[in-house]
Design a protein around this ligand. Structure first.
Ligand code: FAD
Length: 448
């Protein structure tokens, strides 16, 4: 451990990105203050500031690895708390293009914690670190800056009737999709970042059930993923208390209804018939709730020519993905790992940090934006690369319904472990094309 970079770091927002940022900042600042509008200590259920936390969340394999690196023993701790865990490609039942993929042990761990439970375990770990403090039930009003606006010096907070200014060496905005940094930049005389947007008009509607029949067998979750042929999707994990969560997803305005009959009719149209079969006789234990995602949004901070010193942005505030691909928490973890490397360079340089995280965002952004463009109603330019990529991934999914090694290869890439190029190796392409046509795939498993 070297010298501290400064006395105080303030993290705006105690969601996943904020907690992970606080974890790495604690190595470089004497004191790390996390500020959140919600009550957080002891909270293990959904909360107002994270309304999306009521809906199915899965942590991709890469995110799982980084969390384990930042919090050694976390996976074992979750399993010890009774959270179902298994193999991402072996114990999760996936449907793509309406067809069930073959399953295979991949060595990629999937822990089926709900978002509030995962966050609670991570929060407990972060708050146990020396120097880390939490200001809960505190609203962030804005930033303070030097007279010439060249440096952010702290934040203005409101808790009940009290207002307070906190001075900080660095302020990290982790307030999520609703981040106000673009507006704050404008107030300080800087341009806003450009935004890339893919309009998806997506909604999740989620309900919990106590099942009478077990549709899972040895599987942890049944996930028919939306595809152009069947744009209605779902995630149906079993939870640690023996109940099941059913999150329905509907794109381009085809939102899953909240009334009993409409909800069930939507379930009936899913590619996985066993979900309808099990929930029609199951006991619903709450009312359905909906969360709307109008668009995926990427803010191009790395392209700004000027940016104040002392301010960083991380997590959904930089890039909020289409959630069906399950990338947000993992990208937040990858950005936190990049922040750790950045701090190790000995100073905080915001523009350099944004340039470091931009390539981290590129792959998940490109793959999710391309996958969205496979839906004819999604607006955007379908370049040759996008069209060829989507046609190939569709063939790969078909191949994976016949040979589980393609399931594994797909999830290594979708899980952000392997780069997309891993699916493009000549031997792999040959085998995918052969297997998806119905021919006999190579048996030696080589992907060269
Ligand atoms: C429906 C849905 C499903 C998703 N599923 C997945 C998934 O399966 N896998 C995955 O990896 N990701 C998923 N995501 C994305 C994931 O939730 C986020 O990427 C991830 O949580 C990182 O978010 P964040 O911490 O940047 O922001 P958030 O989770 O939004 O947290 C922001 C925090 O800031 C606080 N805050 C905001 N404004 C203020 C203010 N003015 N004052 C004080 N506090 C404030 C809030 O209370 C909150 O605690 C999903 C998202 C949605 C919408």
């Amino acid at each position: 451990m070297g010298e501290y970079l400064g006395k105080t770091a303030v993290v705006l927002g105690g969601g996943m990105a904020g907690l992970l940022a606080a974890r790495v900042l604690s190595e470089s600042y004497e004191r790390v203050l996390i500020v959140d509008r919600d009550e957080l200590v002891g909270v293990r259920g959904p909360r107002r500031g994270v309304p999306h936390g009521r809906h199915a969340h899965a942590l991709l394999a890469r995110g799982q690895q980084i969390l384990e690196d930042l919090f050694p023993g976390l996976a074992a701790e979750l399993v010890g708390a009774g959270i179902p865990a298994g193999d991402l490609a072996g114990n999760l039942r996936w449907y793509f293009n309406g067809q069930r993929l073959r399953q295979k042990e991949s060595g990629l761990l999937s822990v089926s914690a709900t978002r509030p439970v995962l966050e609670a375990h991570v929060r407990d770990r972060v708050l146990a670190l020396s120097g880390v403090e939490l200001r809960e039930r505190t609203v962030i009003q804005g930033l303070t800056a030097s007279a010439d606006g060249s440096r952010v010096t702290g934040v203005r907070l409101v808790a009940g009737d009290d207002t307070e200014v906190l001075t900080a060496d660095v302020v990290v905005d982790a307030t999520g999709r609703g981040s106000r940094t673009p507006a704050w930049l404008e107030e300080l005389g800087y341009p806003r970042p450009a935004e890339d947007r893919v309009k998806i008009d997506l909604a999740y509607t989620t309900r919990h059930y106590r099942l009478r029949d077990d549709p899972y067998g040895s599987d942890l979750s049944i996930n028919p993923v939306a595809s152009p042929d069947n744009p209605r999707g779902a995630f149906f994990p079993k939870l640690s208390d023996g109940t099941s969560m059913l999150s329905l997803t509907g794109l381009l305005g085809d939102h899953p209804p909240r009334d009993d009959e409409g909800f069930l009719q939507f379930v009936k149209t899913l590619a996985a018939p066993e979900i309808f079969e099990s929930v029609q006789s199951a006991e619903p234990i709450d009312e359905p709730v909906t969360f709307h995602v109008p668009a995926s949004v990427r803010r191009r901070y790395e392209r700004l020519a000027r940016f104040p010193e002392g301010l960083l942005v991380i997590g959904d505030g930089v890039c909020a993905f289409n959630p069906v691909y399950g990338q947000g928490m993992t990208v937040a973890a990858m950005e936190a790992a990049a922040l750790r490397d950045h701090l190790a360079e000995g100073s905080v340089r915001p523009r350099r940090f944004f340039r470091a995280i931009s390539p981290i965002i590129d792959t998940p952004w490109d793959t999710s934006a391309s996958a969205d463009l496979a839906f004819p109603g999604v607006e955007g330019k379908r370049t040759l690369k996008v069209r060829m990529g989507n046609a190939y991934i569709s063939r790969l999914h078909t191949a994976a319904t016949r040979d589980a090694r393609f399931t594994e290869a797909f999830f290594r890439v979708a899980g952000l472990i392997d780069p997309p190029q891993a699916l493009m190796r000549p031997g792999m392409v040959r085998d995918v094309l052969r297997a998806s046509k119905g021919g006999t795939p190579a048996e030696d498993g080589s992907h060269r």
